[in-house]
Design a protein around this ligand. Structure first.
Ligand SMILES: [Zn+2]
Length: 64
C-alpha cells in the first residue's frame, strides 16, 4: 500500500513510502526510492490513524 506524498514521505530522502506491515501500535514502512525501512506511529500520516492504519491492519494485521 503506497502512502500519498501529501500525507507522508521518507524521512531520509523525501521519497514515496510503501506500507509493508502493521500491528496494534505501529506501521512498518519502506521507502520506494532509497529502500530505507522503519516503523512509524499508526497516526503518522496526517489522517488521525483512520485511513492508512485500518487498511494496513486488514492487509497485514493477522499475520506476523
Ligand atoms: Zn527514502
Amino acid at each position: 500500500m503506497l502512502v500519498d506524498l501529501k500525507d507522508g514521505y521518507c524521512r531520509t530522502c523525501g521519497g514515496q513510502l510503501e506500507i509493508t506491515g502493521a500491528n496494534d501500535a505501529t506501521l512498518d514502512v519502506e521507502c520506494t526510492e532509497c529502500g530505507d525501512g522503519y516503523a512509524v506511529e499508526t497516526d503518522a500520516f496526517n489522517d488521525g490513524g483512520v485511513t492508512y492504519w485500518p487498511q494496513a491492519m486488514v492487509e497485514f494485521g493477522e499475520e506476523c
